[in-house]
Design a protein around this ligand. Sequence first.
Ligand code: SF4
Ligand code: SF4
Length: 129
Amino acid sequence: MIELISETLCTRCGLCVAVCPTNVFSQKKGEVPTIERQSDCQTCFMCELYCPVDAMYVAPHADETVGVEERAVAELDLLGSYRAAVGWGPGSAGRLPLPGETKVFQATKAAEERPRAQTERKGVGLHAP
Ligand code: SF4
Ligand code: SF4
């Protein structure tokens, strides 16, 4: 569930408001969005994925709020951590990553470029025979 928007990091771009499928946020012109309807959050992580400055934290708890403090979340490097984990790099300005920019793409490409005999020997081939 969405837990935090950092007022100090937020650039007020409004992307999180635009992408949220359940209209959780409200935003007055030029201001930091507010979490107005937290119980409507579907824990889809879209807002965190799109935030270009990693100013958000969505907790993996879908059915309850956990109540986080910004300092604790920042110290644990959790702001934008979901986005980092799936390979959407910082500064993406809300766009999808290009091929080659994602860790998943790089890992897949490396596996594909491995000599076929090696992948077959290890039983980790990506393709069906
Ligand atoms: S996690 Fe999904 S549903 Fe929840 S606030 Fe973010 S975009 Fe909206
Ligand atoms: S996407 Fe991030 S920077 Fe933009 S308004 Fe939302 S919290 Fe602020």
